[in-house]
Design a protein around this ligand. Sequence first.
Ligand code: GTP
Ligand code: ZN
Length: 307
Amino acid sequence: MVMTIDRGRYRCLLLDEADQPGPDAVPVTAMKARNLGRRSVIVGDRVRLVGDLSGVDGSLARIVEVTERDTVLRRTADDDDPYERPIVANADQLVIVTALADPPPRTGMIDRILVAGYDAGLEPLLCLTKADLAPPDDLLAAYTPLGVPIVVSEPGADLSALRELLSERISVFIGHSGVGKSTLVNALIPGLDRAVGVVNEVTGRGRHTSTSAIALRLPELADGEPGGWVIDTPGVRSFGLSHVTPADVIKAFPDLLEFTADCPRGCEHGFDAVDCGLDAAVQAGELPRARVDSFRRMVAARALPYE
Ligand SMILES: Nc1nc2c(ncn2[C@@H]2O[C@H](COP(=O)(O)OP(=O)(O)OP(=O)(O)O)[C@@H](O)[C@H]2O)c(=O)[nH]1
Ligand SMILES: [Zn+2]
């Protein structure tokens, strides 16, 4: 499993058949073998290595194969940039970390990250930090109808509910700089000491430093269940979605999708849609209005100018 990437060097951890690192697993540094050509290798990829697998300082293995990805989380640098940047492979959960204050929550950003997650086939989880500074009520009201699980944290909070939601899964943590992501990851992984309070440098408009995502193993739960993996990502300022279509969004909502069979051709099922099947379903009492509205907020977030 590729844990992190630094200037063309891939830090990998050897996994056993159960997809877990063995008790003595050491990180192995590898480079891409020539046969891979321009094929991308990203954090979370499962790869085959040959050569020196000792992990000894200075040793270098070669990545000769990237196994098929279950999921790929992508973003575009901004909405005018058609180039998709895959960020993380094989995750199954997307944890959107948002502060309740300092910085204030931006639902537009949450919605955009949700859309990217739905498009990638990841299950969302909203993690609201800094509850000591502001109450979570508005965000709870906005995201509960969507069916997004929500955990609320503050300094010294009991994280057992969050640990339970992370166990046996591969969870990508994403959030704006300063929301308390490192603080949270440090609390989840005692002894880790991820840098807190360091603002990410920005190398240009909407671009971030090459600081890679990094996969971190969570400690086992008290009952011996594997803790799962956290893939921590650099703070994001924007989340370009030009690679996602309205059809991609509604696929994540099978209960809504079934009512759109008779929509006019090209219907985007948004707030301004005409003769949309979702409105008919609401009128017939077959769908709750709040759920349709929440979904439509996602469709609108997709089309908003990137922030
Ligand atoms: N009041 C309060 N402050 C918090 C909480 N969590 C984190 N902080 C503070 O918020 C600041 C930013 O926290 P970080 O953990 O560095 O935030 P981050 O999201 O990792 O930021 P980047 O590293 O820039 O991506 C620090 O000063 C933390 O001490 C919280 O629950 N409540
Ligand atoms: Zn429609």
